[in-house]
Design a protein around this ligand. Structure first.
Ligand SMILES: [Zn+2]
Length: 81
């Protein structure tokens, strides 16, 4: 035994997946990328990207759509690296 305890919460480690869901408290792998813009604060060429797992795609998309933010959804595989 090394005496090192196994922390329940690990901080400062890289994310489990290359793309993780942007939804708070969700650590699932993201399959979708939502690119959006707030017309009030972002200029025409700015885009924010949120990542979403299958379960949260609709939640995140609805959140943005309800604010009338322009958005587009694409598979993460189509995100430019
Ligand atoms: Zn999620």
């Amino acid at each position: 035994m090394s005496g090192m305890s196994n922390p329940v919460v690990t901080l400062g480690l890289p994310p489990e997946h290359e793309y993780s869901c942007s939804r708070a408290a969700c650590r699932d792998e993201a399959s979708w990328a939502i690119q959006w813009r707030n017309p009030k604060i972002h200029t025409e060429d700015r885009r924010k990207t949120w990542l979403a797992c299958d379960a949260h795609l609709e939640t995140l998309r609805e959140f943005l759509a309800s604010r009338d933010f322009p958005l587009s959804v694409m598979p993460v595989s189509e995100l430019e690296k």
